[in-house]
Design a protein around this ligand. Structure first.
Ligand code: ATP
Length: 887
């Protein structure tokens, strides 16, 4: 038996011989192992008995054990033993104070028989002179020390050694632990809060009278006996009925308890090497508490990672872990210890090198060999499986994703690159560059999704086509009237894009259409061309002469900038045919709406929902004889902020259910719904006004995919550095990439303003556009940007939908977009049909909550799939779906 004796005394049993024996002095165990194999009946009952004795020795009642002790570890440090109890606070007396709760409070008495005669200096913040000096002002510290004082009482036994100082340190794991972040830092010296020196211990002695059991003569005798005339020293934890006393006893700052995981570490640093031949005892308690939690919380590996602490303490104490004991029902703790692949491996290293007996779930305490040499390591079967799995997974992750040729993903860490020629297997887990981006240490990291195609997928690429086989179709092939074809020629649009090829013929036939295609793929022309073509045909027909003053087509768009833009395209098409296109938007008053509708009598009205609702209320407009009803930017229009108005407007129009109803006298309006993202709720609204089953869906194959022809970079950057990065990117664009326009997206109007002022100071010329601007200021800003009067536009998402930005070469997400949809629309401002070809998107990632979106984008890029959560099927009833590439 070692000269060092650890005794675990059940409180209230102090001094009783059987209590001591029942307390199972840990030195009896050179190691303890727990097995999960099926033992014989006798062994099982013996183990049961041993376990009960140990629990008894810990002062834990049978009932409380499941919710209290999670694990107990015992290490050998030279001749010093370290016990570590990892447990729920209840183990330390944080019960409600009901009767008998004291019985649950463990009373730990560690007595040393050979305290060193030389100082065991535990450096506090510097030297041993750094004993705590409390001042009234140090409220926070005072609270903590108070907790320690209350919880810790020195045994009034023989004079403690002048050397025995104990440093109490505790540190609080903040949100990083709660969020499953790994704390890689070992407990740091700087977190030391107090050093209990001689003075404090004397103070504690005087407080001993608050703890009657400490005054037990038998107790003193026992302590004296234990130290055999040498210095004795001990301490106890917990012990008051107060709800928080146990926490205080652990040195926990009670006002921190509600929010934080708290770890207390009580350690003895023997760095001065003065222990030669001597022994000292150190108790380390590690606790974890959660407010109002009366049962052992799920200590899942993601929430609590004891291993780094274990390793940290072990390395600081320069010790070996001697044995590990895990409480009977502490499966949660063992899960935390063992189930995490990452930590388990390291944990095992620590333990394996010390020949530690591992212990896991189904535990029964049993005696094992008396010396470490004779110990047997038993690895439970499930642990073996786990290790094999980890090995397997590790092997898998080492798959080489880099092949010759162009890179799809280019990362700061070249190991994470992925070639354009490499395709991830269905069950293969991608190694994400953004994996650790929730951690602060990742600032400065970046990756790029390269453009692997030169041409946008929606452009019908005639260069690669074999001339003999196929000639690119023209608009004439689509039976568009020659005036329109000529008008398009004038603006250098000769060949239809894929979506136009698909949509125009169906629209000409009178079908109601849902058209979903990538941003910038030319959706505007895909609905305007058939509309204008048919209007001119109707106008020629004498049949509709009576309805000359009625609006024939309404195009609904979500913003007045977009209304202006669509109206401008529409005017270009209408002009040669003598048709009139006008626009009404918010912010210009009812008078303006009245003038437009009552005096101008447009054939095509491009309107925002707000303006049109006003016009309908005042009866400035009649939609009953409409021929076309177009809803552009469907996802925004069916958004709750617009959907009520949209529903209201749709009910004023007679929407056809069948192509036949769109022609002849008493015809109904053909419905065209267009968007780059298709919301799930479209069907519900539409089914109220038309037969969804008869609607034709034109859906691009690349819908909701990242654009393969646009380079997209993600940069993890601190909030304070974003402006510098932006400045750098703009400079690069102007100086090295030959200039061009840039769009800078912020999430809030206030950020737009702030950023504007900051760029002003930096001498960067720019324009600003955000929804909170007065209408008068706002009007024309986007148009002037399109015209090239400003090269930089700082804006909110108001400019992300539909606006044509053909001259934009750089999109900067100054604030990370809040959804995949927003990202698609923002990024869609570059790489547009007929626009500049080398568009780029740069996204700043600052907050942990941005990271998930980035990881989804990266995963989609690596897997070459669409972005997750963008399902947009119209559910009931199912319309006919036509894949854009099929025909
Ligand atoms: N067939 C074509 N050939 C060349 N350029 C075209 C063609 N059709 C449209 N464009 C041009 O492509 C650009 C984008 O068109 P448009 O604004 O209609 O795209 P969109 O699909 O509506 O985009 P968003 O989803 O962002 O609203 C415009 O500048 C337009 O002039």
């Amino acid at each position: 038996m070692s000269a060092l004796e650890w005794r675990l005394l059940p409180q209230g049993e102090v001094g009783r011989e059987e209590g001591l024996e029942g307390g199972l002095g840990l030195s009896q165990f050179s190691s303890v192992t727990l097995t999960c194999e099926n033992d014989s009946q006798e062994e099982a009952s013996e183990n049961q008995l041993l376990e009960e004795r140990l629990l008894h020795g810990l002062g834990l009642s049978e009932e409380s054990r499941s919710s209290s002790v999670a694990s107990i570890s015992c290490w050998q440090l030279g001749e010093m033993e370290v016990i570590w109890i990892l447990g729920h606070s209840k183990a330390f007396g944080a019960s409600t104070g009901a009767e008998g709760s004291r019985g649950e409070v463990p009373y730990l008495d560690c007595s040393t028989s050979h305290w060193p005669s030389l100082p065991v200096t535990i450096p506090g913040r510097g030297s041993s002179d750094d004993s705590i000096q409390l001042t009234d002002g140090e409220q926070e510290k005072d609270n903590r020390v108070l907790g320690i004082r209350q919880g810790m009482t020195m045994l009034p036994g023989p004079q403690p050694s002048p050397c025995s100082e104990i440093r109490l340190a505790y540190y609080i794991k903040h949100s990083s632990v709660r969020k499953g972040e790994v704390d890689r830092e070992p407990p740091s010296q700087s977190q030391t809060l107090v050093t209990l020196g001689q003075e404090e211990r004397r103070g504690e002695e005087r407080r001993g009278d608050q703890r009657p059991w400490l005054q037990s003569p038998a107790r003193f005798q026992k302590a004296q006996h234990a130290v055999a005339g040498r210095t004795a020293w001990g301490f106890s934890f917990g012990g008051r009925d107060d709800k928080f006393i146990a926490a205080e006893g652990l040195g926990w700052c009670t006002h921190d308890l509600p929010q934080h995981h708290v770890v207390l570490e009580l350690k003895c640093n023997l760095s001065q090497g003065s222990l030669c031949g001597g022994q000292a005892g150190v108790l380390i308690l590690v606790g974890w508490r959660k407010r109002e939690s009366s049962v052992m919380p799920q200590m899942s590996s993601s929430r609590f990672r004891p291993k780094p602490i274990l390793a940290g303490i072990a390395s600081q104490l320069n010790t070996k872990m001697h044995s590990v004991k895990v409480g009977y029902l502490a499966s949660a703790a063992s899960r935390a210890l063992c189930s995490s692949g990452v930590y388990c491996g390291e944990f095992m290293q620590v333990s394996a090198c010390c020949r530690v007996h591992r212990s896991v779930t189904q535990t029964r305490f049993c005696r094992t060999a008396a010396t470490p040499e004779e110990t047997v390591i038993r690895v439970p079967r499930y642990m073996q499986k786990h290790i094999e799995n980890v090995k397997l997974t590790r092997g898998k992750n080492n798959i080489n994703t880099i092949k010759a040729g162009k890179l799809l993903i280019q990362s700061k860490d070249p190991d994470l690159n992925q070639s354009a020629g490499y395709t991830l297997g269905k069950f293969e887990q991608p190694n994400l560059c953004s994996k650790g981006w929730k951690h602060n240490k990742s600032f400065g990291d970046y990756f790029t999704i390269n453009n692997i195609q030169a041409v946008a997928p929606f452009v019908v690429d005639d260069q690669n086509e074999n001339v003999e086989q196929k000639v690119s179709p023209t608009f004439s092939n689509l039976h568009i009237c020659k005036e329109l074809v000529e008008a398009l020629d004038k603006i250098h649009i000769t060949h239809p894009t894929t979506v136009q090829l698909q949509t125009i013929p169906k629209a000409l036939k009178g079908h109601n259409i849902l058209c979903a295609a990538e941003t910038g793929s030319g959706k505007t022309l895909s609905y305007l061309l058939p509309v204008v073509h048919r209007l001119q045909a109707e106008k020629k027909s004498e049949m509709y002469a009576g309805s000359a003053h009625k609006i024939s087509a309404v195009v609904l768009v979500p913003s007045r900038e977009l209304a202006e833009q669509v109206a401008a395209v529409c005017r270009t098409l209408c002009a040669p045919l003598g048709l009139l296109a006008r626009t009404v938007g918010g912010g210009r008053g009812v008078g303006h709406i009245k003038v437009v509708l009552k005096k101008d009598h447009p054939d095509v009205l491009v309107a925002t929902p707000g303006a049109l609702v006003k016009a309908l209320r005042r009866r400035f407009v009649d939609l009953s004889e409409l021929s076309f009803f177009v809803v552009d930017e469907a996802d925004t229009m069916f958004d709750p902020s617009f959907s009520d108005m949209l529903e209201n407007i749709l009910l004023h129009a007679n929407i056809a259910s069948d192509p036949k109803e769109t022609r002849g006298p008493g015809h109904k309006a053909q419905l065209l719904v267009v968007g780059a993202t298709f919301p799930g709720g479209v069907g519900e609204v539409l089914s109220q006004v038309t037969d969804l089953g008869n609607m034709v869906v034109v859906k691009s194959k690349m819908l909701h995919f990242l654009m393969p022809h646009v380079k997209q970079t993600f940069l993890k950057v601190k909030g304070a550095d974003k402006i510098l990065e932006l400045h750098q990117a703009l400079k690069l664009l102007q100086q090295e990439r030959g200039g061009g326009a840039a769009l800078v997206f912020c999430n809030k109007s206030a950020t737009v303003n702030w950023l504007g002022y900051s760029l002003d100071e930096m001498g960067v010329q720019h324009a600003r556009l955000q929804g909170e601007m007065p209408a008068a200021v706002r009007s024309g800003i986007f148009h002037s940007f399109q015209k090239g009067l400003a090269d930089v536009l700082i804006c909110t998402d108001i400019a992300s939908r539909g606006l044509d930005t053909s001259r934009v070469r750089l999109v900067v997400n100054y604030d990370c977009p809040e959804s995949h949809t927003d990202y698609i629309h923002r990024a869609g401002r570059v790489g547009r049909a007929g626009g500049v070809e080398d568009g780029e998107v740069l996204s700043f990632v600052t907050h942990p909550w941005d990271v998930e979106l980035v990881q989804n984008i990266e995963t989609a890029a690596r897997r070459r799939t669409s972005l997750p959560g963008m399902e947009s099927e119209i559910r009931e009833p199912k319309p006919k779906v036509v894949e854009a590439e099929e025909e």
